[in-house]
Design a protein around this ligand. Structure first.
Ligand code: GLA
Ligand code: ZN
Length: 679
């Protein structure tokens, strides 16, 4: 439980009453009660209001908001406001604004525009967080701290350049070492003085997402992610000084590319994230993102910090969430481990760029709207659920590996193909398990592997020190490991491991990859099965990249069907110790992956949670001797689900009905089955 003060699934969201007339809050509070809203995230963007000049702080406005909320029993997720610096600060202390990737000095404007290595910004965020913590530490409404907002973006200013040089000295010790790991003999880049080093951007090594020197760009990403994390930590430490027991979070953004969230999560008490799928985002992609957010802290429950009750304003086409979809997607988050359901935002802005962003209370200002009714209905349900689900965990035998630095390596790569998208390849494997109803964790490379029976690491391009040994030990003990084309290629500095691909993974996989072919988007090759393997037989299509591999002891289960490498292996399995290591040498169509993973899971005894019709998602959370099976119907039509015969009674948590046999799930409907655990 994040905070025992509120032992239920927290319900509410971002609330910005500083934007409208002071009296409106009373009307809002009336409606919060109608909607079962018990948490408001406030003070996200009020820095300029609180601190009108360098030495002056005004808290009256925030005091009133906090007191009003407390008076009606609404708890507060209190933000520190540092997501947008005040205009006076940018004018008086120009070091706070960033220099962008084209080398342009930014002016005041927008948000998230502060340089993470600005002495002014660092000093003032710590001061402000400390003052807020001191003032509200004993406030009855305080539930949780929310540091800044959606950290992101990089800076390329002189302060960042100087800090980068220090960071490099710390990491590499000497210029000799740096020249080596950056491969500076290429294009005459040898550095003789640390001062010669400049940030990689549009003025130096980079254009768009491309770079001349992967190692330099990779280090700059590590450095900037750490710089922003240091800013977060400055605030974290101030908050903890005053309130050691109030949990601290900052809202993350799923697969956001620029920050290494596994490192961030180490400094967060609770992971929280903002979920904004479009109407056409695959539901399995959202599921995977929830699982990644849960995986950041080893499976601990996380917070759904933001989602829109209805539509966005910043997508190209801001479709309304269809009736029932907000509820369904809220439960999808809970089904994957969220213990909160929070919105952006509770009342709509009437000016600036978010005035057409959905909100619980819309411009009309009363509760007689479809969106409000749906929100109030969900609010009632969450009250009924009480604390039952809190802290329950998902248990998975299968895991998909995801690594931000690996992603940077793959995406910065010049060749072999612009068509290779790391996250898409990860999603293909996740989706196959999802369609099979195999519960899956998304894990980082530091996670304990022995918890799992199956680990899949799509496009594991970068092998950091110790990783190959860790994977070998996992397989040695009986684990099944699957990896793909373009794996084992480089070390942590993007320097190729020589002696044959897939480098350090070669003994484990029992193959040698001699060449890598890139296919144009309309080109395909075929995976031709040599014999049947479970549901797999005949031919499947593949594309993106094709590794031309030779077996060095691995069993060949399928071969390429065409081109000059027809007959070369495309699917191999190598027995290694008590386990096996698979190599999929190209990017297969979905039916192939589903067939392959169905058979591998069957052989390993990894069972689907249930068999359900297409479009019906299932997950299971467990706590003590109870299990909670979530059935989520993403279809626009009702679905029938056949519950397996069981000694154990299944209660529908939302209605109290006892269910068995064939059960009906409404279109966009949700059922949570509560059972005594029988395992
Ligand atoms: C983000 C931000 C919010 C708001 C929403 C709009 O998630 O954190 O402040 O701008 O987007 O969707
Ligand atoms: Zn900077």
């Amino acid at each position: 439980m994040f905070n025992e003060k509120l032992p239920k699934i927290w319900y509410g969201g971002d609330y910005n009453p500083e934007q409208w007339d002071k009296e409106v809050i009373h009307e809002d509070l009336r409606m919060f009660k109608l909607a079962g809203i018990d948490v408001a995230t406030v003070n996200v963007f009020s820095w300029a209001l609180i601190q009108p000049s360098e030495h002056v702080y005004h808290f009256d406005g925030l005091d009133a908001i906090m007191d009003n909320l407390a008076s009606k029993g609404v708890s507060v997720c209190l933000a520190t406001s540092t997501g947008a610096h005040p205009a006076w600060m940018a004018r008086e202390f120009p070091d706070v604004t960033r220099v962008d990737s084209e080398g342009r000095k930014r002016k005041f404007g927008g948000r998230h525009n502060s340089c993470p290595n600005s002495p002014t910004y660092r000093k003032h965020v710590a001061l402000l967080a400390g003052k807020i913590a001191e003032r509200y530490k004993d406030h009855p409404a305080l539930l949780m701290w929310h540091v800044s907002n959606e950290y992101g973006g990089y800076c390329y200013c002189e302060n960042c350049a100087a800090a980068f040089r220090k960071w490099l000295q710390n990491r590499y010790g000497s210029l000799d070492k740096l020249n080596k790991v950056w491969y500076t003999a290429f294009w005459g880049h040898t550095f003789y003085d640390w001062e010669e080093i400049v940030p990689p951007n549009g003025l130096s090594e980079e254009w768009g997402n491309r770079t001349n020197f992967q190692s330099i760009s990779l280090d700059y990403r590590r450095f900037q992610s750490e710089s922003l994390l240091e800013c977060y930590s400055l605030e974290y430490d101030e908050l903890k000084k005053h309130t050691p027991n109030i949990p601290v979070t900052t809202n993350l953004m799923g697969f956001y590319p620029e920050l290494n969230y596994f490192e961030w999560a180490k400094r967060m008490d609770v992971v929280s994230w903002d979920n904004y799928p479009s109407l056409d985002t695959p539901v399995s992609f959202t599921a995977m993102t929830h699982d990644l957010m849960r995986g950041l802290k080893g499976g601990q429950p996380f917070m759904l910090m933001e989602q829109t009750p209805s539509q966005q304003n910043w997508q190209a086409y801001n479709s309304l969430k269809r009736p029932g979809v907000m509820r369904l997607w809220s439960y999808q988050a809970v089904a994957h481990g969220a213990d909160t359901v929070l919105f952006f935002q509770l009342r709509r802005s009437i000016g600036a760029c978010e005035k057409y962003h959905g909100a619980v209370i819309e411009h009309v200002g009363h509760e007689h709207t479809r969106v409000f009714r749906e929100c109030a209905e969900l609010g009632r349900e969450l009250q009924l659920l009480g604390d039952g689900l809190l802290d329950s965990r998902l248990e998975s035998k299968a895991a998909v590996l995801y690594d931000w630095e690996n992603r940077w390596g793959v995406e910065l790569s010049s060749g072999p193909s612009v068509g290779l998208k790391y996250v898409d390849e990860v999603h293909k494997y996740y989706d196959a398990l999802y369609q099979l109803n195999i519960q899956t964790d998304m894990i980082g490379i530091e996670e304990a592997f022995e918890r799992y029976d199956l680990i899949i690491a799509p496009v594991l391009y970068m092998i950091k020190p110790g990783l190959a040994d860790k994977i070998e030990a996992f397989v040695q003990r009986g684990g099944t490991f699957i990896t793909t084309f373009f794996s084992g290629i480089v070390d942590e500095n993007d320097i190729v491991t020589t002696g044959g691909y897939p480098g350090k993974l070669r003994p484990l996989l029992g193959i040698w990859s001699e060449e890598i072919d890139a296919l144009y988007p309309d080109m395909h090759n075929q995976i031709v099965m040599k014999t049947e393997f479970g549901p797999l037989s005949g031919e499947y299509s593949c594309n993106v990249l094709c590794d031309l591999i030779h077996s060095e002891g691995a069993e060949v289960l399928a071969e390429y069907g065409s081109d000059f490498y027809q007959g070369m292996p495309v699917l191999t399995r190598n027995k290694f110790g008590a386990g096996e290591a698979w190599y999929v040498a190209s990017s297969p169509e979905a039916s192939f992956l589903q067939g392959l993973l169905a058979k591998i899971c069957l052989d390993k005894g990894i069972k689907p949670l249930l068999v359900t019709p297409d479009g019906v998602e299932v997950t299971k959370r467990t706590k003590n001797d109870q299990s909670y099976t979530f059935l989520l119907n993403h279809n626009a039509a009702p679905a029938t689900i056949h519950l397996p015969e069981s000694e154990v009674e299944a209660t529908d948590l939302l209605t109290g009905n006892i269910l068995s046999g064939a059960i009906e799930l409404a279109a966009k409907g949700v059922i949570i089955l509560k059972q005594q655990r029988n395992e």
